[in-house]
Design a protein. Structure first.
Length: 218
């Protein structure tokens, strides 16, 4: 899952990014409303965590711009007080959920997973295609009854492919999902990950679509 954090508090923002990265998610972080306004036009994210109090433009202004522009990325609001008027307005304007500061990291992760799977029409944390299964909550994958030993990046690639079985995912889409704005460690890192996954799943499971990217065979 690729997450955009929009939070101007450096201590809180660093803590959110560090905690979510340790759980295997890809994070990008912005600290002001002006930058956030056009973030969803320039890039693709699975979920956004949006603070309401931001320099430049408020979180409400940013959210309003996104929804009026037709951006449907799930948005989780950060608020300092439960039940405050701005939070209610944000929900009425199209926010999908909220959490109250200080944030319990496990609760935050669970809520983000719920928003992500709802956006893709999944009722729970499990993805499957044939005898391949993956649990996003416990971050475990299986081939038939055998647990797969996957690195965090391998897990992320398999998760992305399982969300859209039979449909092509471009190299740029997958690299953004893996590395965010920081970029990958090497130019061929995605090919290496695909090669390793094929070795664990079977070479025929992940197909190369010439000029488009990769897809999971159905």
């Amino acid at each position: 899952m690729r997450i955009l954090i929009v939070e101007d508090d450096e201590i809180l923002g660093e803590g959110l990014c560090e905690g979510l990265r340790l759980s295997g998610y890809t994070l990008d972080w912005l600290t002001d409303g002006n930058s956030a306004m056009h973030a969803l036009e320039a890039d693709s994210f699975d979920v956004v965590v949006l603070d309401l109090t931001l320099p430049g433009r408020t979180g409400l202004e940013v959210l309003m711009h996104w929804r009026r522009s037709g951006r449907r990325t799930p948005v989780l609001i950060l608020t300092a007080r439960e039940g405050n008027a701005d939070c209610i307005r944000a929900l009425n304007m199209g926010a999908d959920d909220y959490v109250v500061k200080p944030i319990d990291s496990e609760v935050l992760e669970a809520r983000l997973r719920v928003l992500h799977r709802r956006a893709h029409g999944h009722a729970d944390n499990t993805l499957s295609c044939g005898d391949i299964r993956l649990d996003r909550g416990d971050r475990i994958a299986w081939l038939a009854d055998r647990t797969l030993n996957l690195s965090a990046y391998e897990f992320a690639v398999l998760e992305a492919l399982l969300e859209r079985p039979g449909r092509s995912l471009g190299r740029e889409q997958l690299e953004a999902r893996l590395y965010g704005w920081e970029g990958g460690p090497e130019s061929n890192s995605l090919q290496v990950l695909i090669h390793k996954l094929r070795g664990k799943l079977g070479a025929e499971r992940i197909q190369t679509v010439r000029g488009l990217g990769y897809r999971l065979a159905t």
